[in-house]
Design a protein around this ligand. Structure first.
Ligand code: AP5
Ligand code: MG
Length: 191
C-alpha cells in the first residue's frame, strides 16, 4: 500500500504517521524530517534547503523528487509506504506517479487531516516554545500556510481526479481521537 498523510502545517501529519506506521506496518517517509537531518549534518542539500525552510518556503521540486527517488525503493520493499509532506505540488505528484508506475504501483490512499487555521497556528507557536523548530516563527508560519494554499492543496484535486481513495479526517481533538478516526478510515478503505 502506498499512502499519503496530507494536511496543512501543524495538522498532525508527523504525530499520526508515527501511530499509523506502528499499527499498520507502513514505512513512514517524511521529506521534512529528511531535510531537517540534512540541515543538522550540514550537507550540501542541507545548506541549500536550510534557509528556504526557515523562511517557510518550499524547496525546489527537483531537489525533493531526487531525495524521494533515492528512498522509495527501499521503503517500497516492505509492506507499504506512508508519505508525509510529499507530494506538495502537482509537479511532485506527477513525478511520484511516474516513479510508482515504473514498479506497477500507484497511490492507494490519501488521508487528509482537517484542522481550523487558528488551531494550527496555536499548535505551531506552542511547539516553538517547546522545541524551537526554525520555521515555527510567526513570519515563517504565515508563509507556510500561504504556500500550502497556493501550491499544496491542489494535490488533493490531482488524486481525487484519478479516483484515488480520499479520506478527509477531522484532525481536532486529542491525538488519540484523531488516530481512532484514521484507523477506522484505513480499515474501511482496505476492505
Ligand atoms: P514539514 O516538515 O513537512 O512541515 P509542515 O508541513 O509545515 O508540517 P509540520 O511538520 O510542522 O506539522 P505536521 O502536520 O507534521 O504536524 P505535527 O504532527 O508535527 O516541512 C517543513 C519544510 O520543509 C517545508 O516548509 C519546506 O520548506 C520543506 N519541505 C518538506 N517537504 C517538502 C516538499 N515535498 N517540497 C518542498 N519543500 C518541502 O504536529 C504539530 C504540533 O502540534 C506538534 O507540536 C504536535 O505535538 C502538536 N499536535 C499534533 N496533534 C495534535 C492534536 N491532535 N492536538 C493538539 N496538538 C497536536
Ligand atoms: Mg511534520
Amino acid at each position: 500500500m502506498i499512502g499519503i498523510i496530507f494536511g496543512p502545517p501543524g495538522s498532525g501529519k508527523g504525530t499520526q504517521a508515527a501511530r499509523i506506521e506502528a499499527e499498520f506496518n507502513l514505512k513512514h517517509l517524511s521529506t521534512g524530517e529528511i531535510l531537517r537531518a540534512e540541515v543538522a549534518r550540514g550537507t550540501p542539500i542541507g545548506k541549500e534547503a536550510g534557509r528556504i525552510m526557515a523562511a517557510g518556503d518550499l524547496v525546489p521540486d527537483k531537489l525533493i523528487v531526487d531525495i524521494v527517488r533515492g528512498r522509495l525503493p527501499e521503503a517500497e520493499a516492505g509492506a507499504g509506504v506512508l508519505l508525509d509532506g510529499f507530494p506538495r505540488t502537482v509537479r511532485q505528484a506527477q513525478a511520484l506517479d511516474a516513479m510508482l508506475a515504473e514498479e506497477g504501483h500507484r497511490v492507494d490512499l490519501v488521508i487528509a487531516l482537517e484542522v481550523p487555521e487558528g488551531d494550527l497556528i496555536e499548535r505551531l507557536l506552542h511547539r516553538a516554545k517547546v522545541e524551537g523548530r526554525a520555521d515555527d516563527t510567526r513570519k515563517a508560519i504565515t508563509e507556510r500556510m500561504h504556500e500550502y494554499h497556493k501550491l499544496t492543496e491542489a494535490v488533493l484535486d490531482h488524486y481525487a481526479r484519478q479516483g484515488v481513495a480520499l479520506e478527509r479526517i477531522n484532525g481536532t481533538g486529542t491525538p488519540e481521537q484523531v488516530f481512532d478516526r484514521i484507523r477506522r478510515a484505513i480499515v474501511i478503505s482496505s476492505r
